[in-house]
Design a protein around this ligand. Sequence first.
Ligand code: GLN
Length: 542
Amino acid sequence: MVNYIFVAGGVMSSVGKGAATASIAKILESKGFKVTAVKIDPYINIDAGTMNPIEHGEVFVTDDGTECDQDIGNYERFLNQDIGSDNYMTTGKVYLSVIQKERNLEFGGKCVEVVPDIPNEVISRIRKVGKKTKSDFVLIEIGGTVGEYQNLLFLESARMMKLQNPKNTLFVLVTYLPTIKIIGEMKTKPTQTSARLLNEAGIQADFILGRASVPLDEPRKKKISIFCNLDTKDVISAPDVDSIYEIPLNFEREGLGNRILKKLRLKARNEDFSDWKNLVETIKREKPPVKIGIVGKYFESGEFSLTDSYISVIEAVKHACWACGKEPVIEWLSAQKFEADSSKVEKLKEYDGIIVPGGFGVRGIEGKIKVIRYCRENKIPYFGLCLGMQLATIEFARNVCNIQGATSKEFDPKAKDPVIDIMEEQKGLLKNKDYGATMRLGAWDCKIEPGTISKRAYSKDNISERHRHRYEVNNRYRKQLEENGLVVAGKNLAKDLVEIIEIKNHPFFVGVQFHPELKSRPLSPHPLFIEFIRSSNKKRPN
Ligand code: GLN
């Protein structure tokens, strides 16, 4: 029998529903159950691939090539498990399949209606995940906030699921409790209102996770218990944490796991949290710092700086630092600032390593190329991810091979020297404006060359990594690049594509066409990130 736990959010967005869902999943897994998690996003987009990261945060990519919400990344990182396309749905995806079924006469001449046909589709998708993954628990995170028009149909689906499986369905509400500085008291009213909004949708929360700057005290818990109609023991503190990986342990301290099992009349099959506890101990321990600069453009939003666009890169750096016994110190460097003021690159000396992550479009490109040149010439460890690899190739072509006009067709479709060119199969797609889910996506094989940094890192000849791109190193320039010292350290043999570039006589200068950050997990950090951090640790020759 599969158990379903729905997680919804109240009061406001960004209260950490994703981390809460992943943490509950982790707790249940530590008790010996097979667990998976589903993300529902209420937007019309079929997937996250067409959205600007400033709008939506990082686009996470799974092995099977689904461009999805970053929360899937959280689930993979917490559960150390690959998650597939079935575990992600949007309003767009659900409607599209109902409409397609209607066109195929699958409703047998019936009038197809929003309720119950849309919730039925949602429910059948959730059930499919449970069955396919043979899980004891499916956690379902409903994006958005209760009370929003957008996620009503998903709450309706959750309500109907409970009707169909009354003994195996639970609801968790994650809310926020503000403390107004001048009053100095933590307020429960927004939580009460959210619980009522959930009641209006026909749902009673079995648990309330109270996000706040500090743990909830007894009076707060009692108040929530009375007004929101649940046991005080089911009001769980979710205080601010330094690291999200602490959250499962905090929830466990409040007995959340066993309360869940009790409600479902289950007993723990196992109790093993030792790996996770060790991880959190390492995170909290005092360690020597490693300062890593990330040069990007998707973190400026008005007066605020957002890090969500690069969340997997940040997490991958942290995982590798912890594995090397170092304290990650990560700083944001805006690519465009280097364009406006060349002297700013001197600042890069302060860093132990620089990353240029993935990206699209021409904005900020020249700034990033300046940064890469500085790292190459001054032997600062450099790690280029996807776009960061393409730009490292362009920089090398311009400044080492003397191909002055070297660029990518992405930035100049009429380029004379397209060192980075559009992939053959992408040409027709772009011409037809067929943009959705059409990049080179998901897992592809790569053969590693012996004697390279990559070989040292992976200790393997054949690897598989996740991709998301339309452009690639132009094979017409490969010979010239190699003759000048660029090392093609990894290739996709089937398609004859350059997957990894390196340069010699440098502590670490590696560019990868794929996104290794997507496969890094706290309990299995990515080998290339570990190698990067290791090189960053070493004192740089002047
Ligand atoms: N814009 C580049 C491409 O499409 C790189 C993509 C990326 O960095 N994910 O090939």
